[in-house]
Structures are given as C-alpha cells and as structure tokens.
Design a protein around this ligand. Structure first.
Ligand code: THU
Length: 160
C-alpha cells in the first residue's frame, strides 16, 4: 500500500504585489460586488474573467428566495463569458467578496465545489488553463489552473 500525495501550488502575495494587469482584474472583481443581489446572505461576491482577446467580463452572485435557485458569482461570470464569447478562452478569473458590513473579506475567497466543477469544465472545453486570483482584502492567492482546486474530479473522460 502507498499513500498518494496531492500537491496544490498557491502563490500567495499581497494586493500591492499584483502586476498592473492582475490588479485591474482584481479591481473588476471588487467592482462587481456592487452588483451582487444578496438579500439573504448579505455576502456580496464579484468575479471578473479576462478573455484571450483582452476583454473583461464580470458578474456577481444572484440569490433567490428559493435558495438553491441562486447562483454564485463565479458561475454567473463563466456562464456569461461562454454564452457571449463561446470561442474565446478565459485566461484568468478573479474573485472578491464583501461581508455584511460591506468590507472586503480578509481571507481570499474559496470557491464552492459546484463552481470548482464548472471551472474545470471551462478549462477542458478551452483546452488551456484558467488562472485564478482569489482575492482577500490584502492577501491574494494565485493558482495557475482551476483543476488544482478539484483533485480526483469527475470529468467527461471519467465515463469512458
Ligand atoms: N458565493 C459566491 O458567489 N461565490 C463563492 O465562492 C462562495 C459563495 C455566494 C453564494 C451565496 O449567494 C453567498 O455567496 C453565500 O453563500
């Protein structure tokens, strides 16, 4: 018997250390929190996707009185990006969140399992990695590809 060790590489930096391009993407995610509809959780999440042609699209979490009918910011944004620009790869996705006091949360946001699954499919669909910038108020986690967030994942080729 042997143990399998799964490694995930997270580049941890401060907001000020981001390159100008990454800071612009993080700012777009922060800005998108203003359009969140979160009357139930009071947790406002924004995401911004940088497409391969340089366009940035953003989205936010949209809640519903029937709770499961709502959608996270990451999926809102990725589904919109793929709906509007189905042939353009998403190079990077930044995510930011504000708490019920309107403050950006200290710890970098950790996407839920369903969003990780969707991120994975975005990567397999476009055949190239999507870099993640998970933003806290000061600390940012940069992850080179979304697949790292979901080891042992179920994917299309799992069924073959
Ligand atoms: N949420 C996101 O939009 N993204 C995440 O990564 C975590 C959670 C939303 C879903 C719900 O509207 C609220 O945050 C509380 O869970």
């Amino acid at each position: 018997m042997e143990n399998l060790h799964i490694q995930i590489i997270i580049r941890c930096c401060s907001y000020d250390e981001l390159s100008p391009a990454d800071r612009a993407l993080a700012n777009a995610a922060r800005e998108a929190t203003n359009n969140s509809y979160a009357p139930y959780s009071h947790f406002s999440v924004g995401a911004a996707a940088l497409l391969e042609n340089g366009i940035t699209v953003s989205g936010s979490n949209q809640e519903n009185a029937a709770y499961p009918s709502g959608l996270c910011a990451e999926r809102t944004t990725l589904f919109y990006a793929n709906s509007r620009y189905p042939h353009l790869a998403v190079e990077a996705l930044a995510v930011a969140a504000r708490n019920e006091r309107g403050e950006f949360v200290a710890r970098p946001i950790e996407p839920c399992g369903a969003c990780r699954q969707v991120m994975l499919e975005v990567e397999s669909r476009q055949g190239r990695p999507m870099r993640l910038l998970l933003c806290g108020a000061d600390t940012v986690y940069e992850i080179g590809d979304a697949a790292q967030l979901l080891p042992l994942s179920f994917r299309a080729d799992s069924m073959r």
